[in-house]
Ligand binder design. Structure first.
Ligand SMILES: Nc1nc2c(ncn2[C@@H]2O[C@H](COP(=O)(O)OP(=O)(O)OP(=O)(O)O)[C@@H](O)[C@H]2O)c(=O)[nH]1
Ligand SMILES: [Mg+2]
Length: 204
């Protein structure tokens, strides 16, 4: 009997959406990446790069990867908009942090923005995927080199990965999405968020 209920419980929760927050400083390529992700994982063509404008509000994208439903929240990275990011932390299962790997002059800005994200207690235990974007540009630093430039402290406490991607040609997109699903499905944070959502749903 117990295993029957447990099976049902697991089935219901496996249908719940997983929220992935896409962060990074302005012009890192977050929205272009989201649109590429949509093109790769659904039949609908995403918005082409030349029609994407800087984000001021919130872009939402839904895709299904390996039977998991992912919801992406893409926020604006301009300095004046970064204070909005934290409103989404509590509900996020994982974070993607996008870096323009072809622009070393902005690595310092990206580093301090990311350090602030990592310090926030509402994101404790959230898996982190750091993307070295714009790999189609020959000067872009690789996913192996980027960690030295960002020199992040406090990364050991969470599951993380650096991945080389291009939002233009799609390099690394599938690897990124598949890694995210795998770690989110196993993460204690997902367990905690699902239990909380279940408890709220079970109200009178
Ligand atoms: N070469 C190249 N350019 C890219 C890539 N991804 C994004 N870009 C370009 O980088 C610029 C910024 O892209 P966006 O997707 O608007 O960047 P964003 O991070 O969403 O910016 P905000 O919304 O302002 O935070 C645009 O000119 C894009 O065409 C990429 O993989 N390769
Ligand atoms: Mg954007």
């Amino acid at each position: 009997m117990f295993s029957l209920f447990y099976g049902l419980w697991k089935y219901l929760f496996s249908k719940m959406e997983l929220h992935v927050l896409i962060l990074g400083i302005d012009k890192a390529g977050k929205t272009t990446l989201l649109e590429k992700m949509k093109s790769v994982y659904s039949n609908i063509e995403g918005i082409p790069p030349d029609r994407i404008i800087p984000t001021v509000g919130l872009n939402i994208g839904r895709i299904e990867v390996a039977n998991s439903k992912l919801v992406f929240w893409d926020l604006g990275g301009q300095p004046g908009l970064r204070s909005i990011w934290e409103k989404y932390y509590e509900e996020a299962h994982a974070v993607i942090f996008v870096v323009d790997a072809s622009c070393p002059s902005r690595f310092e800005d990206a580093k301090s923005a990311l350090e602030k994200v990592l310090r926030h207690e509402d994101l404790q235990g959230a898996p982190l995927l750091i993307l070295a974007n714009k790999q189609d540009i020959p000067e872009a630093v690789s996913a192996d080199e980027l960690p030295q430039y960002l020199d992040l402290k406090k990364l050991d406490e969470r599951v993380f990965m650096f991945e080389a991607v291009s939002a233009y040609d799609g390099m690394g997109i599938r690897e990124s999405a598949e890694w995210l699903v795998e770690v989110m499905e196993r993460s204690k944070r997902t367990e905690m968020l699902r239990a909380r959502a279940g408890a709220m749903g079970a109200g009178p």
